[in-house]
Design a protein around this ligand. Structure first.
Ligand code: SF4
Length: 136
């Protein structure tokens, strides 16, 4: 989506990498955030995936699954609040892997509109599933 805006950001990002970072992608979180088109989620993905650091990128899947499973309080109503709540309880060494677990669970099982609760390995501990079954 938004290919024109993304193309503009990519060109500007490439210029910044060459002019300010010697052609290397910086591994410092604040430096990543300065790059054109890079927000907190992308900077965290870079830290976790490209640089092997402990970070918890919160995308739409991580956000949704964290709430449905009750991993974060209902007051965590922004990606940043979800990120902070998850970081508080998940050991630093497991953060990057946990990000992928939550993301893939949200993409293939706990999907946005119709979660596949009947196939979900977590249905016996999931507050959302328990709440739904009481409604039926
Ligand atoms: S039981 Fe349903 S709502 Fe709960 S995590 Fe699994 S798929 Fe999502």
């Amino acid at each position: 989506s938004y290919p024109n805006a993304k193309a503009r950001h990519l060109v500007e990002l490439a210029r910044m990498l060459v002019s300010e970072y010697g052609g290397e992608v910086p591994n410092d979180f604040d430096a990543l955030l300065r790059l054109s088109g890079v927000g907190r989620k992308t900077a965290n993905v870079m830290q976790a995936v490209a640089f092997g650091q402990s970070a918890m990128p919160v995308d739409t899947h991580v956000y949704r699954v964290s709430h449905r499973l009750g991993l974060v309080p209902s007051t965590a109503d922004t990606p940043l609040k979800v990120e902070k709540a998850l970081i508080k309880h998940i050991p630093a060494d497991d953060l990057a892997r946990a990000h992928h677990w939550l993301l893939l669970h949200g993409r293939y099982v706990c999907t946005s509109r119709k979660p596949h609760c009947d196939k979900c390995e977590l249905s016996n501990i999931c507050p959302k599933k328990i709440e739904n079954s009481k409604l039926q």
